[in-house]
Design a protein around this ligand. Structure first.
Ligand code: UDP
Length: 335
């Protein structure tokens, strides 16, 4: 009989989703250790486990970490994740997301039965061929980010077939929001994601927010995305770990709320929450952006028992606003 993994290694645990994962895992009694090269993550976000500072592409470093931690499960969040950057600098994506992941898997596959949970993305699907995207949707990415993540998903299938390395890939749609404690949240430098950019603009960023194109085939012409709360994503990982104990294999699930919101709707929601207008201007489309990405997550709901708690855009954005307002040096009287 397999036992519940208790020592977990979280790669990328200083980042946005990884740090929320560490908090949730430690609240559920897991022992957490973090590997992060702090290229985009933050030391101060590592509050729930020891930090091993280094790169998953460094085999000697990883060997030392694995010998020290002796993980019974690995969660892999460490990656580059900006679509536009992947278009202009694909080498970064193949190096960091593919090559370094395979390096990590060399360690994982030496531990018999050690489960691996992998952060994948809706970008593996490319241009949607249906209103909502389920797991059977064709995988035809249109940017290097999506291609790098799909390559790793395919490797996971092969590693299960050949080495018996159990895994679960989660395709996130648009991760958003922050833990209600507001001690961790989304903090990229430079920031490129829509919701943090909107709140930065409200908090006084002098550069007007750019809307990347309003000539898409969507109701208001701006891109539509499925925003899903970061803690809901993390809860799926917890359920995934439990599921893998009994159902070994290489699994993959799509994680989103199943509702799409346009860029303009995100702006309006931020204005409603804060009572402040968002200064913005319209510019050209951003390379690599599909017009809409909305999840069909019925498989995760039915198979894992996943039940997102934050289902409205306003609810999700309010948690992000609390985080941004708390860390901003600029006072804001909005709700
Ligand atoms: N977007 C925008 N202005 C920005 C940032 C993003 O119009 O400053 C748009 C972007 O083109 C996309 C949507 O907002 O359609 C969500 O982008 P984000 O970078 O947050 O996530 P992605 O969907 O690329 O993972």
């Amino acid at each position: 009989m397999t036992t519940q993994p208790t020592r977990l290694l979280v790669c990328g645990g200083a980042g946005y989703i990884g740090s929320h994962m560490c908090k949730l895992l430690s609240e559920h009694g897991y022992h957490v250790a973090v590997v992060d090269n702090l290229s985009t993550g933050h030391k101060e976000a590592v509050r729930w486990g020891q930090l091993y500072e280094g790169d998953i592409g460094d085999s000697a470093f990883l060997s030392r970490v694995f010998a020290d931690v002796q993980p019974e499960g690995v969660l892999h969040f460490a990656a580059k994740s900006i679509v536009s950057e992947s278009v202009s600098h694909p080498a970064l994506y193949y190096q960091n997301n593919v090559s370094a992941s395979l390096n990590l898997f060399e360690q994982v596959r030496r531990i018999p039965g050690c489960p691996l949970i992998f952060s994948s993305t809706a970008a593996i699907f490319g241009v949607p061929r249906s209103e909502r995207i389920n797991e059977a949707h064709p995988k035809d990415p249109i940017n290097a980010y999506g291609r790098s993540k799909l390559a790793v998903e395919q490797a996971l299938q092969d590693y299960w077939a050949a080495y018996g390395m159990p895994s679960m890939a989660f395709r996130y749609f648009n991760a958003a929001g922050a833990d209600p404690s507001a001690v961790i949240g989304e903090a990229h430098e430079p920031e490129t994601h829509l919701i943090p950019k909107v709140f930065q603009s409200i908090l006084g960023d002098p550069v007007p927010l750019k809307i990347f194109g309003d000539d898409y085939e969507t109701p208001d012409g701006t891109c539509v995305r499925d925003y899903v709360h970061v803690n809901d994503l993390c809860m799926a990982h917890l359920l995934g770990l439990r599921f893998l104990r009994l159902h070994r294999g290489a699994h993959a699930f799509n994680l989103g709320n199943g509702a799409g919101f346009s860029v303009r709707e995100v702006l309006k929601t931020a204005e409603r929450i804060t009572g402040t207008a968002v200064r913005h201007e319209l510019t050209d489309r951003r390379p690599g952006d599909p017009s809409h990405l909305v999840a069909d997550s019925s498989a995760a709901r039915e198979t894992l028992g996943w039940e997102p708690q934050h289902i409205g855009l306003e609810d999700i954005m309010r948690t992000a606003w609390t985080w941004h307002r708390n860390r901003s040096p600029v006072k804001h009287d909005g709700a």
